[in-house]
Design a protein around this ligand. Structure first.
Ligand SMILES: Cc1cc2nc3c(=O)[nH]c(=O)nc-3n(C[C@H](O)[C@H](O)[C@H](O)COP(=O)(O)O)c2cc1C
Length: 215
């Protein structure tokens, strides 16, 4: 079986990115693009981002997680600290995040270092989640092999019983990470594959160096 995708070709022409017009701080540009992705991107989850880590096996691995907050300091997501990604981050905190907003013909690639957020911040977010999600965080030993779907369903039921009529606390193995960016690249599709790429790189004095990259 084969399927040739060689003639899948799209002309990118929605917008452009000029180095003269970008703000000095990349988070400002992220905020503008994120707002536009939400307003005009037509994606149900414009906060879905691909997180890549270097695994204990030496291979990179990418998976989608949800951006839950961004600040001047960085980008926050929540997960199981004992998952495959959690173990990878513990061994090597250098990670990459990427967003692709196809309707806007935009990509953002963020390299940075990842660390756990303060437990009280994870508590705050955990409390805001629906009970079902809270129980899921207890019931799923993320990334481990499970014998069956029934096993998972039984685990969920067991935690439902355990916490019946009580506030469900945050498990210690579940919480947030912040990715503090060291490099952010904004990609805007342009005609003839002459795309705009503007990269911000964090300098020792905490300013960002801004460069245009060849497409
Ligand atoms: C749209 C979408 C959103 C997701 N959001 C999260 C998330 O916020 N946190 C999370 O741990 N996993 C999330 N996942 C699941 C991850 O992609 C992944 O399967 C899981 O975290 C286990 O990854 P790991 O075994 O590499 O640690 C999401 C998946 C999709 C498709």
């Amino acid at each position: 079986m084969e399927k040739d995708l060689g003639n899948y070709r799209k002309v990118y022409e929605k917008s452009e990115l000029s180095i003269k017009e970008v703000p000095e701080n990349p988070i400002e540009l992220f905020q503008k693009w994120f707002f536009e992705a939400e307003e005009y991107g037509g994606d149900a989850e414009s906060n879905a981002m691909t997180l890549s880590t270097i695994g204990l096996d030496g291979f990179p691995k990418s998976r989608v997680v949800l951006l839950k907050k961004y600040t001047w300091e960085g980008f926050i997501f929540y997960t199981n600290y004992e998952s495959e990604k959690g173990k990878a981050i513990e061994a090597n905190p250098n990670v990459c995040l990427s967003f692709f907003w196809h309707k806007l013909e935009r990509q953002i690639i963020i390299k940075g270092t990842c660390e756990k957020i303060a437990p009280n911040l994870s508590d705050g977010y955990f409390e805001s989640r629906p009970d079902g999600s809270k129980l899921g965080a207890w019931a799923s030993k993320q990334s481990t092999i499970v014998p069956s779907r029934t096993h998972l369903d039984n685990e969920l039921k067991a935690y439902e019983e355990k916490f019946k009529g009580q506030e469900i606390p945050r498990p210690e193995h579940w919480g947030g990470y912040i990715v503090r960016p060291t490099s952010l690249e904004f990609w805007q599709g342009r005609p003839n594959r002459m795309h705009d790429r503007i990269r911000y790189e964090l300098q020792e004095n905490f300013d960002f160096k801004i460069d245009r990259l060849a497409p």
